[in-house]
Write a protein that binds this ligand. Structure first.
Ligand code: DQA
Length: 173
């Protein structure tokens, strides 16, 4: 059975409370449960980890080395500045797909850059919570198994996503 780690960074423990119009009404616990159930249906086991602390996230990535088949990771605001997390993702032998609930390319200037994405195999953005499931599909199937994200596992991280967070399935490039 494949082993997948679902990781979420700072402030994502506040999903459900934090700007629901932008991030949705689901709690992180609900998203994790849905993700684990979806993964189980696909024959994969899931561990979940969330932290608001950069060092704890780095430690968890290091611990994942050699122990997981893939990581689905929403780095939250660390996305935009944490070279330490970039380096941790780059260091380990586990493929990481970066996920964002929102379409960071359509938001404030400071959100448009991901310093972590270059170390990831793909980036999924703007699909709301469905983006986590798409990221899992990309890890399990590669791009060929995921219509609509056909270039998502190129050597350079590619992007998959729809403009509206609430639009779970439509509009993926
Ligand atoms: O915390 C978050 C959430 C986020 O990663 C997203 O899922 O859309 C986007 C980030 O810019 C933000 O800081």
């Amino acid at each position: 059975m494949k082993k997948i780690l679902l990781m979420n960074g700072p402030n994502l423990n506040m999903l459900g409370v934090r700007d629901p119009a932008l991030y949705g009404t689901d709690t992180l616990a609900a998203i994790e449960a849905e993700f684990a159930a979806y993964a189980a249906g696909r024959g994969a086991a899931v561990d979940c980890f969330q932290s608001n602390h950069e060092g704890a996230l780095i430690d968890r990535l290091h611990e994942a080395h050699g122990r997981y088949d893939g990581i689905v990771y929403n780095p939250g605001a660390h996305t935009h500045y944490s070279y330490a997390l970039h380096d941790a993702v780059e260091t380990i032998d586990v493929p990481v797909v970066e996920v964002h609930l929102t379409d960071i390319s359509q938001r404030e200037e400071f959100r448009r850059t991901s310093v972590i994405a270059p170390a990831c195999v793909a980036q999924v953005k703007g699909m709301g919570k469905a983006g986590y499931l798409r990221a899992l599909d990309l890890l399990l199937d590669g791009p060929a198994g995921d219509a609509g994200a056909s270039d998502a596992c190129d050597a350079a991280p590619a992007e998959a996503g729809a403009p509206e967070p609430a639009d779970a399935e439509g509009g993926a490039r």
